[in-house]
Ligand binder design. Structure first.
Ligand SMILES: C[S@@+](CC[C@H](N)C(=O)[O-])C[C@H]1O[C@@H](n2cnc3c(N)ncnc32)[C@H](O)[C@@H]1O
Length: 417
């Protein structure tokens, strides 16, 4: 069966994921970074020991595909169910119109590929008269769609420099395009949306794409296409479900839980990864130290620190951070041993995280389906699939929504861009 999800299958999959996530909370909620021991480890000592004995390199090699790990029970069974429930297929590619030459000048390579992939997966039953690029940046996506379809374009973006640069690029191509400086969360954002618009949003964070779904359905837009990202960027402390099904669920997701689907690093380069590892190993070593200094076995949040902190000798790093957190200055001790303990913990944390990693896609799909069901409740036919490979961007899910046509108006035409 295809894993492009639409119609009754949206609700079916949502309910199955809801039950799965509720049942497995003990595995994905506790975070190895903040808890020295995870409650599930007592029940599954073999799995715990197996994961804790592996190296940092082992963990990194398995990071993008934790489901392939031959770990002790209950790992394989959880992996199989997570893969089954988290499966999503790619939308078929539509024929693309020729583009004006040198169109992609000024667009970073990976972004250009994402935009092309997004655009080539759009297909609607009605032609599009006016694109609205939501949180558009410079409006590269909107410009590609407008150039291919000949339709007008409006871009909304709150960074003035991007608005200006985007307008200049559109003007240079002779497009009928207006780039507005607009905070899409402000009250007056509703005035920018009209029924004749087809809104598109590529990687608009949490509240930003939720706002689009609410305003577009209220304005009566016939079609929209959204590739969400950063589910944790929301104003509320816990996730506020949108659909009737989501509201009926007893699953409560904190902002912290909502980071889980994003905990993937497919696009980070080697240098960035090395820096991130060094910073995390130090934080984990400091965590051991602060527990001793405070005489309290709890995690203590530490703010993100400027990269220069990594150049400090380890002992200065610890002393300065203790001072920053208002802790007593640490007395002399075996600093190299503490530093090594940080690296050892990093290896254990990364390997234990592989178990949580199994739930990244199921949780993301639960969130996507909540959005899809919300739009379905608003009278749209909704299809959920992916628009590109996971390697191009892990945020590769696309929601396509088109307002239901009366049966007699369906003529089987397909408009692609
Ligand atoms: C991840 S970028 C995506 C940009 C573009 N869609 C793309 O794919 O290249 C998110 C964009 O949202 C914009 N943004 C963030 N908050 C916003 C707000 N409240 N109103 C309008 N734009 C916002 C940012 O300035 C940024 O350009």
């Amino acid at each position: 069966m295809s894993n492009l999800l639409s119609g009754a299958r949206l609700r079916e999959r949502f309910l199955a994921l809801d039950a799965f996530l509720l049942e497995t909370q003990a595995f994905w909620r506790p975070k190895p970074f903040t808890d020295l021991r995870l409650p599930w480890e007592k029940r599954f000592p073999e799995l715990s020991l197996w994961l804790r004995r592996r190296s940092l390199a082992d963990a990194d090699a398995a990071h993008n595909h934790p489901e392939r790990l031959a770990a002790p029970d209950p790992f394989p069974c959880l992996a199989e169910r997570a893969a089954w429930l988290g499966a999503l297929d790619k939308f078929p590619e539509q024929m693309a119109a020729e583009l004006p030459s040198r169109f992609n000048v000024d667009i970073p390579g990976r972004k250009w590929e994402q935009i092309q992939a997004f655009a080539s997966r759009l297909s609607f039953q009605r032609p599009t008269g006016h694109w609205l690029d939501w949180c558009s940046g410079k409006g590269h996506l909107g410009r590609l769609l407008a150039a291919r379809s000949g339709a007008a374009l409006t871009c909304l973006e709150y960074d003035g420099a991007l608005v200006e640069a985007g307008q200049a690029l559109s003007d240079r191509l002779g497009l009928v395009a207006t780039h507005h400086r607009q905070d899409v969360l402000a009250d007056d954002a509703a005035d920018r949306l009209h029924a004749a618009h087809t809104p598109v949003a590529l990687h608009a964070c949490g509240d930003l794409h939720i706002r689009l779904m609410q305003l577009a359905s209220a304005a009566g837009c016939d079609q929209l296409a959204i590739a969400p990202c950063c589910y944790n960027r929301i104003g509320a402390s816990d996730y506020q479900p949108l659909s009737a099904e989501g509201k009926g669920s007893s699953l409560v997701l904190s902002q912290d839980d909502l980071r889980l689907p994003l905990a993937e690093t497919v696009t980070a380069g080697a240098r960035v990864r090395r820096q991130r590892d060094a910073s995390m190993a130090r934080r984990l070593a400091f965590d051991l130290l602060q527990r001793e200094l405070r005489g309290c076995d709890d995690y203590l949040p530490v703010p993100s620190l400027p990269p220069a902190w990594l150049d400090k000798p380890f002992v200065d790093y610890c002393r300065d951070l203790a001072e920053l957190k208002g802790l007593p200055s640490p007395t002399n001790r075996d600093w190299p041993r503490l530093e090594d303990a940080g690296w050892q913990r990093l290896a254990e944390v990364r390997n234990l995280e592989l178990l949580r990693g199994l739930f990244r896609r199921p949780m993301e799909l639960w969130l996507l389906l909540d959005r899809a069901l919300y739009l379905q409740n608003q009278g749209y036919d909704v299809t959920l699939g992916t628009f590109c490979s996971h390697r191009l961007t892990p945020r590769n899910a696309l929601l396509l929504a088109e307002r239901r046509l009366p049966t007699e108006a369906v003529d089987n035409s397909v408009y692609s861009f």
